[in-house]
Design a protein around this ligand. Sequence first.
Ligand code: DAK
Length: 258
Amino acid sequence: MEYITYEAEGQIGIITINRPKALNALNSTVLDELDKTLDGVDLESIRCLILTGAGEKSFVAGADIGEMSSLTKAEGEAFGKKGNDVFRKIETFPIPVIAAVNGFALGGGCEISMSCDIRICSENAVFGQPEAGLGITPGFGGTQRLARIVGTGKAKEMIYGARNIKAEEAYRIGLVNNVYPADELMAAAKKLATTIARNAPIAVRNCKRAINEGMQVDMDQAIAIEEKLFGDCFESHDQREGMAAFLEKRKVEAFLNK
Ligand code: DAK
């Protein structure tokens, strides 16, 4: 791969967008490689993913403006679909994905972080949707996900005004869960991923589905979704072991993802 690196560290997979000369901007090749990388994750052994950007300055500075500048309407739509498909793949990926935002997260960069389950960032992170200043709308789900995460008022202020925000404000409005000194970010991401990976994998996957799918429907349907996913955990090795360990006042021996 030219622009993506993938490493497995125990039960954690780390995907790095590695195009630092363009501040990790997303061109078609980056999107294709990201798609292939996700397809290649070994879901038997990996229980949580971390997505980050190479270098100290930028997570992802957006979709590639050079590549987009001369697109026709049809090509623009196709580029938008390519990005949206990959971002939905992240959002619906069976295991949790943590965005470790190490600098600029602008346009498509903010959008890809929002397709992850959890965002944490470095103190030098900057978030924003600058598209209105470039003559376009956000095209990788920004109008939808930002409004859902921070509320419509804040999302509209940021998107209409093409206003970037710094890490502290992103924390205050709930766009990120925590802010760390830059040199502590990856350790914090790995610690969080390890905490998640320690829990029963089928349960964690079902929790992700319950939250994501339940948030799209009314409460009656949402509760029905939860019921199904709750029921699905039973008769599994991990449910039996988790409950037996509690009743026998011992630690869980191992969750086996079955
Ligand atoms: N695209 C391409 N190259 C980029 C880039 C980007 N988004 N961001 C930075 N670069 C490149 C710069 O051109 C420069 O390259 P060289 O000149 O060295 O060759 C290199 O990265 C370093 O950038 P700077 O020299 O500008 O670095 P600074 O520290 O001075 O500034 C910056 C950093 C992040 C503030 C600045 O680079 C910047 O403003 N970048 C653009 C940020 C931005 O506007 N991002 C949003 C892009 S729009 C759609 C699908 C998707 C989208 C829309 C529609 N459909 C088709 C439906 C998404 C749109 C976007 O994401």
